[in-house]
Design a protein around this ligand. Sequence first.
Ligand code: NAP
Length: 435
Amino acid sequence: MRRYKIAIVGAGPAGYFTAQALQKAQTDDISFSIDLIERLPTPWGLVRSGVAPDHQKIKTVSKVFEKIAKEPKFRLFANIELGKDLALEDLRDQYDAVVLATGATKRRRIGIPGENLTNSLSAADFVPWYNGHPDYVSLELDLNCETAVVIGAGNVALDVARILSIDPQALESTDIALHALEKLKSSKLRTIVICGRRGPEHAVFTPQELRELLKLQGVNVVVDVTQLRSSKKRVENSFYVEKEVVNNLAIMELITASNKTKLEKSIEIKFLLAPIEFRGSNKIEEIVFTKNQIVNGKATSSEENYVIKCGLVISAIGYDVEEYPGILVENGRIKNTAGHVEGNIYVVGWAKRGSHGVIGTNKSDSADVVDLMIKNLKEPKNKEGITAILPHSHTIIDQLAWERINAAEIISGAISGKPRIKETDLRRLLKLGQG
Ligand code: NAP
């Protein structure tokens, strides 16, 4: 029997699905001890700090993660940061393989003047803020304005627009961070404008998420009819069109047909607008776009500008990956070949692919990387693992400690009819873990 020790860094969906693939790959000849290492005192990654609070059903995948954690030879080591508490070199020396499942959570910049103005934020700040991520609790955000602009035509842009426009009462029964709920209750926002730089046919919303706009209570959703008509014509004249595009256009047509007006709040989806400058004295006041046109299937500037006045802008244009010494980052992902980085280091999830794909995408993707890793494994090293390299004084949140935190959050949530109230203070999280 060959017994291997595998370290997975990052306890988000890709990390758990890698553990699951390793557990499933065990035979009478090969076994895996899995140490799942996480920077925060809490696991689940984007399921906890990325998935929107009005999407509670998606979060039930955490039940799968907890099942994986109950399997033999699985250990959670949370509250341990790679590059700070542990060096990657030491980790790769102690384990037969190291899998980086560190995600892509860094702000991606558009690279235009004015991006640093006050109230110019990224979804990389705003999303973890409303989800109670300890690092974003004190995000400076002013909702004392009438109009917010969201840059990008993807699912995160939809999440951001929904959270900004939804009646906060409807979020009371969710696990949204309490500080976010309070702030949203006092919001003066009336109009949220989502701006895509290409046409409606190029939007990367998934139909399921786009369709939700039809059900949004008290919010009028507007799509430009002329832009939609031109888009449909281009699609009809195309040689090949993906099913998702056809579905998205059909949903946008339903949205235009169900235009309610006279509602207090609205989400406007505008296309063919590429931001070229954020303007304001200290704080964002307006965004200058170049109006694009579609020429031979490509978005090209028409040289005509368009200005939207706003008091808040949130860019939702994808995320960049965290960098580690000795690891190359290329095109928004850790440089890899089919998940192999180099030597005994592998990468999965958004760190491997860039910020693309939904939670489920990680299942098959992690399984493929595990297959490759197993093919490459040499004789087991039989080393001690993490305990050989972590200072004894370091506070570890193991599975038992996490279960204490989890139970405490669920209990405090139950009292007020919520699935949980997330603890957002790092020190209090550690205390809860210690019992
Ligand atoms: P995304 O799907 O890659 O969308 C990014 C958007 O930003 C695109 O419309 C892109 O336009 C635009 N963009 C990129 N650079 C830009 C620039 N410089 N100026 C203006 N626009 C720019 O990214 P995301 O929305 O962050 O989502 C990441 C992944 O998470 C996706 O796979 C998404 O489906 C998934 N997700 C899923 C859910 C769900 O299932 N409920 C929720 C949230 C996120 P171009 O196309 O022109 O580049």
